[in-house]
Design a protein. Sequence first.
Length: 118
Amino acid sequence: MDNVIDFELERAYLKSGIKDRELLKDMIKEGYNPCNSDDVEQYHRWDGFLNTIQNAELPDQHYWSEDSLKRLWNDIQHIDSSETYTITYDTEDLWTLEDPDEDFIFEPDLSAFFKDDK
C-alpha cells in the first residue's frame, strides 16, 4: 500500500506554497493547517519553542516529555499578564552538580515567542 496518495499532504503541497514535504507532514501530524498562514506562524513558534527547551543541556534523565512540553506551551500562551505568579522549585530534586562550587544558571530567551503588544 506504499502507492496510496495522501490527499491531505498533496492539497497542502499545492495550496500552501511550502515545497518541503517532510515539513508539511510534520505540520499536519502536529495538527496545524499548512494552508492557513496563522497556523504556519503558530507551528514555527511551537517548533522554535521545542528547540529552545530541548536543546538545554540537562542530564539525560531530566529531558522533557511531549506531554509536559505541550502543557508548558499552553500555559505560556494563556498567561494572564495582570496576575502575579510565584514559581518555586527545589533544584536538589532535579540534579546534583558534579562540582558543588559550580553554579548552574540557564535562562533561555523566550522573548521571541511573544508578540510585543504593549
